[in-house]
Write a protein that binds this ligand. Sequence first.
Ligand code: FES
Length: 611
Amino acid sequence: MAERSTVEVKFEPLGLRAMVPGGSLITRAMLEAGVLLPLDCGGNGTCGRCLVLVEGATSPPSQAEERLLDREQLDQGWRLACQTKALGDLRVAVPETAERADGGWRIDDGDVKDLEGGTPVVTALALEIPAPTLQDPRSDLARVLALAGGEEHAGADLATASQVSALARKHNWHLAAFRRGAELVGVAAPGVPPLGLAVDLGSTKIAAYLVNLEDGKVLASRGRLNPQVTFGADVVTRLQKAIRDPAEGRRMTRLVRRAVGDLAGELAAQAGVEPSQICDMTLVGNSAMHHLLLGLPLEQLGAPPFVACLGQAIDIKARELGLKLAPGAYVHLPPLVGGFVGSDNVAMIMGADLDRPGPVRLGLDIGTNTEVVLTVPGGEHAMVIASAPSGPTFEGAHLSSGMRAMAGAISKVEILDDQPVCFTIDGGAPAGICGSGIIDTVARLLEAGIINSRGHLDRSHPRVRADQRNISYILVPAEQSAIGQDIAITQKDISQVQLAKAAISAAAGTLLELAGLGVDDIAEVVLAGSFGGHIDVAGAKRIGLIPNVAAASYAQVGNAAGKGARKVLVASEMRARAKAIPAMSRYVELASETKFNTLFARSLSLPESSF
Ligand code: FES
């Protein structure tokens, strides 16, 4: 069919649309329309995660589609969005895992508390400014600076200075001035407190907190999907894409900056304040997120020995990132640790106080990459740190019946009389399985002997079904599910869990060995991150995801990286503490540790682990 110059692509059920040149891939239309669908393989046609139902004129199925879809699916209109071109107007039904780019959600941190004091990074001054007269014709800025520390000691950002004249007159020469070090970074109506923004920029999710800088109180918090998920689920895929095509890298930079800016606006609206009141910000993320946000060179980070272009803590003006905060606002980025282990790990360490003296502790921040921190009291380094390539399995949405941890998600499973009993987050009809549900499911199936120690499903079990493509255990039959389809765990899902848990377990085992410690030396296991905060500890121990140590305690601390980012936001001492962490740590590149490979192979068994 002839290609039209411009076509309309509508996305259901999100109600979004885009006009794109005829012949564009559906994934391009998704980006234009603001549809975020995690594309695990980055659009290479290998993962099958971009399955959509299409109505309208399209390009013929590609080789990848012929390989991943069967004839019946293709006849029904199922296509891979990354392979299919729009030749005419299209209606595209996207899966449940798709999100609106402007969507967001409440952060369930469990521990969003006000923070202890310290020396504020930004101080608020209540100024009563003498009005100018013929006898005192000093400039407006000179009058403000004289009160804000003396002209010779204080300076002002030009953009801030330009606001002084109008604001001072509007408020009858009474102003709130926000000073950061020697610089005036913002002025506001009298009585307005200085606000700050702490951002945890994850590969999959972005969490942001609006904080009163005077008392550390969280005024609003919100999360949203990192729009870069449409370029690949993991940082390596994204880096490879950006290195191969710098225009793609620039697009990722633009998208993530815009998402952070949008979050700032949403949080301000939620708290009933203006974004221009935000006069300081911290942002933490892994090394790839950090470099992509700043638009730094990526080649050296994408290949061994995985070196950062810039790893020390830096402060830059928020406006350099296109963020519309107070005109003189800064963004503080704490230091990176090494390899892909970035400032989010520094923040996690601070959030969980792992850099404070104490017994041997194992910290796990479970995500697409799992940061593993082992504290070594009395060691040459106070901490040894590694990043385990655990993949997106525990994000839930990447499983065959997976979904985010939200209403309808199965989070807990029991097997009674050989029948599964599923519990959803909200008690409603099940719609899919979230990350904590998959751990529980594997643990229970293992206990019931429905999967063996190699992770293989028992094909003779009445709930196990096999077809040409997959072997599945049916957790909820279609007629009882909220989506009219079976909710199942497939052999592939189980393999993904084995790979993820083996990576985490082998990473921890490698660190223990390098530190000369044994598993029984661990006094506390700290589980961080939204996933770590919700998993069933007994189930996670059962499958060997976390160590099973009788004497250890297990602390589920929620988004410790977000907490650490807020600590760094409010107090100068915390910034100094964050800066010290890389020097007190030994970063271990697992790819160069032969021990890791040995332990990884051993840890694939259930529940065998390296702990
Ligand atoms: Fe992986 Fe399309 S097949 S994103």
